[in-house]
Design a protein around this ligand. Structure first.
Ligand code: GLY
Length: 373
């Protein structure tokens, strides 16, 4: 049976069809790029933390993922190898080892990954003791019939898969910050029924304002998506979640449609920022569906941000201008290799790597001003 012709192959065939064999050969030798012009340009996009050199490392996340991808590695293997750099970095308190712990001082990690061509996904949530939750999520994808494993079950699975289980993923830095937060807060972590203001959240944000905790690390996460020249699309998101969260809190990162969504025929989207806002609106799925209807990644992302803004009505989540008092960002690619980074407010950046090398670019912001205006 003949294989169905792919659009890309069709375009290549079409480019050559109008030529004689001799003229086609001559064109190829003069313009070696002619036949690949209609092919997809490989690209990797990620949150801005994907383009920072790490302790002792010689490549950033997007560089590593892009390099492996163009050398022929599976796209998901390349992306996960990229985010492993941040997960393993003891100086990064937003992801993996040394991530900011929960309210009990325990580092609990969430991650998901999705493979476009294989149409499979895997995720872990509230995983303790493994530095690289993205690799455990990939193991769920590769070796089980399930999508999401949580808590002790996820840890048991990781142990059985040969991952090293450690007692404590805190570094001195993350533990010191947790102690500072603990010192400041009431042990109650629940909303005051009258004000609906969380003591823990207010104090956490004060620590951000005082420069003790990087704003981006408060909900710190890395999302990384890539497409290779064959048009194969994958994505991965990994995080230590919201700093000082109630133990067991799971954010958007491991939830398909929220922290990550990939449709191999359409594109990929993933997020960083306030997970609850994203979970209420399943924005990564929304973005992929908007792209399916023909929107450019940037416009699809802005549509999701508008949805979040419209559905944010609680006073505690609004600033003095009536706009969301938090940040949320999306990193998006489509099946043509077009890409974008979008954010609730103008200001954050995102990372990308193509054959021109790695770059940090400004996100397209929905709103002017700042979350805490
Ligand atoms: N976006 C990461 C989190 O909310 O956990």
């Amino acid at each position: 049976m003949s294989k169905p012709i792919k659009r890309r192959d069709f375009m290549r065939a079409g480019a050559v069809a109008g030529m004689t064999l001799a003229s086609a050969k001559s064109a190829i030798s003069q313009f070696p790029n002619l036949l690949v012009q209609s092919a997809i340009k490989p690209v990797v996009v990620s949150s801005a933390n994907g383009n920072r050199f790490r302790h002792g490392g010689d490549m950033t996340v997007v560089q590593k993922a892009f390099t492996m991808m163009v050398q022929g590695a599976d796209v998901l293997d390349a992306l996960v190898a990229g985010v492993n750099i941040v997960e393993l970095d003891p100086l990064d308190d937003s992801v993996g080892y040394g991530g900011l712990p929960n309210a009990d001082g325990v580092v609990q990690l969430d991650a998901s990954c999705m493979h476009g061509p294989k149409k499979r996904a895997g995720a872990v949530a509230s995983l303790e003791g493994v530095r690289t939750p993205s690799l455990v999520a990939k193991s769920v994808l590769e070796t089980t019939d399930h999508h999401l494993l949580v808590g002790k079950g996820a840890q048991m699975f990781a142990r059985n898969m040969g991952f090293k289980i450690e007692d404590d993923l805190n570094t001195e830095h993350s533990r010191r910050l947790w102690l500072e937060w603990k010192r400041r807060t009431d042990p109650s972590h629940y909303l005051d029924p009258k004000t609906r203001a969380e003591v823990w959240h207010r104090e956490g944000l004060k620590m951000v304002a005082e420069g003790l905790v990087d704003r981006e690390h408060y909900y710190g996460t890395i999302n990384c998506n890539g497409i290779n020249a064959k048009g194969e699309i994958c994505g991965v998101t990994t995080t230590s979640g919201l700093a000082w969260k109630i133990p067991g809190r799971v954010g958007d990162s491991p939830i398909l449609g929220a922290g990550l969504y990939v449709d191999g025929a359409v594109g990929a989207a993933g997020s960083t920022g306030r997970g609850e806002a994203n979970l209420y609106n399943l924005c990564s799925f929304l973005i992929v569906e908007e792209m399916r209807r023909g929107k450019h990644p940037k416009d699809a992302g802005l549509e999701a941000l508008r949805r979040i803004k419209a559905n944010t009505v609680e006073k505690r989540l609004l600033n003095s201008k009536g706009n969301p008092s938090f940040g949320v960002n999306f990193y998006i690619i489509n099946a043509k290799g077009e890409f974008a980074g979008v954010s609730m407010y103008q200001g954050p950046s995102y990372a990308m790597c193509s054959d021109a090398g790695p770059q940090t670019l400004p996100c397209e912001g929905l709103l002017q001003g700042k979350p805490n205006d």
